[in-house]
Unconditional design. Structure first.
Length: 188
């Protein structure tokens, strides 16, 4: 490599790295899609209530006849049992992470004869959830659509300005790396 090319790389690499860091929120949230009709809405565990609000909204809009809550809070459970008497609650998901949620959902979809689900989670969680769900649903005739919740703390392009968003983005990048190493290559 000649000197000019090396000089240009040294000049542009920091800018490219900054651009990638600036766009990390968009990259992590990219797998989110518009909701469509499905057999159930599955709210992934965790969150601050925004996931439940979005899942409830989807069921009330008639996009799915049933609601599945994975490890809901007491308030979410109370509201769901009032509004949706047939809501399913799964507290036995193992491992208790996005991989386990995908694996459990696939098994229960097959047992219930469901073909499609809407999966609700936070925007920066989408890329890792996409990896976990696509891996677990590979080779099946089952379908899932990732739908983003609308947490007040999230900004796709200004994620670093909110401490909660910044922490979430940092954790997601680490967890995504762990998932690839753990579940793709079987290390750990």
């Amino acid at each position: 490599m000649n000197r000019t090319v090396r000089a240009l790389l040294l000049l542009f690499l920091p800018g490219i790295a900054m651009l990638g860091l600036w766009g990390a929120g968009a990259i992590l949230a990219l797998p989110s899609s518009n909701p469509q009709r499905a057999d159930a809405v599955v709210m992934l565990g965790g969150g601050d209530g925004a996931r439940y609000a979005r899942a409830r909204e989807l069921v009330l809009a008639g996009l799915a006849p049933r609601l599945v809550l994975i490890d809901p809070t007491a308030a979410e459970l109370a509201d769901a049992t009032t509004r949706f008497p047939d809501a399913m609650v799964w507290k036995d998901v193992l491992p208790g992470n996005s991989w386990g949620e995908a694996k459990t959902t696939r098994t229960r979809m097959q047992a219930n004869g469901w073909k499609s689900v809407l999966v609700v989670t936070d925007p920066p969680h989408m890329l890792r959830v996409r990896y976990a769900w696509a891996s677990n649903f590979f080779g099946s005739d089952l379908h899932f659509v990732l739908v983003a919740a609308n947490p007040t703390w999230w900004s796709t392009w200004r994620w670093w300005q909110n401490p909660q968003s910044a922490r979430f983005v940092g954790e997601e990048m680490l967890k995504l790396g762990y998932y690839v190493v753990r579940y793709r290559f079987g290390i750990f």
